[in-house]
Design a protein around this ligand. Sequence first.
Ligand SMILES: Cc1cc2nc3c(=O)[nH]c(=O)nc-3n(C[C@H](O)[C@H](O)[C@H](O)COP(=O)(O)O)c2cc1C
Length: 167
Amino acid sequence: MKTLITYCTTHGCTEKTATELKQFFGGEVLLVNLKKEPVPDLSSFDRIIVGGSIHAGQIQKKVKDFCTQNIDVLKNKELGLFICCMEEGEKAEIQLQDAYPNSLLQSAKATACLGGEFNFNKMNFFQKMIVKKVAKVDDSVSQINHDAIKRFSQQMNQIFNPFMFFV
Ligand SMILES: Cc1cc2nc3c(=O)[nH]c(=O)nc-3n(C[C@H](O)[C@H](O)[C@H](O)COP(=O)(O)O)c2cc1C
C-alpha cells in the first residue's frame, strides 16, 4: 500500500499533524507540502490524504486547486480529507464541509477536523491582531487533537470485509 499525504500549512500545525498521521500507516508513505514541492504522479498511489488549515473560514487556495484539478483521480482512490482549525464541534464541521468539493467528501473513506494551534511566534502583526480580537487569545496555544488523528488513521486503515454482515 502506497500512501501520499498532501497538505498546506501556514504556520506549521498542519505539517505537524500530517507527520503525526504518517506514523500510523504501513508501507511507503510520502509527505508533500503543496506550497513547496511538486505533486508526484498520483496514479502510483493507492491512498491519498489531503489536509489544510482554515484561515478566515477558508482552506488554502493550493489545497482547493489540487482537489479540483485532480477530482476524478481522487474519487477513485482511498481518500482521506482533513482540516486543522481552532473552531470545534459543529462550526469546525461546517468549515470542513466548505473546504472540500462535495463529491470528494462523499467518496472519502474518512474526513476529520484534527484540531489546531495558535502560534504567535509565526504570526505577523495583522494575524496577531485578528486572533487577539476574534479568538480573544494572546499567547500561543496548541489544541492538536491527537485522539482524532488516531481515529482518522484507524478509519483509513479499516479493511472492508463483506462477510462481516453474516456474523
Ligand atoms: C489569522 C488567522 C485566522 C484564522 N481563522 C480561523 C477560522 O476562521 N476558523 C478556525 O477554525 N480557525 C482559524 N484560525 C486558526 C487556524 O486554523 C489554526 O491556527 C491552524 O492550526 C493553523 O494551521 P497551520 O499552522 O497549518 O496553518 C485562524 C488563525 C489565524 C492565525
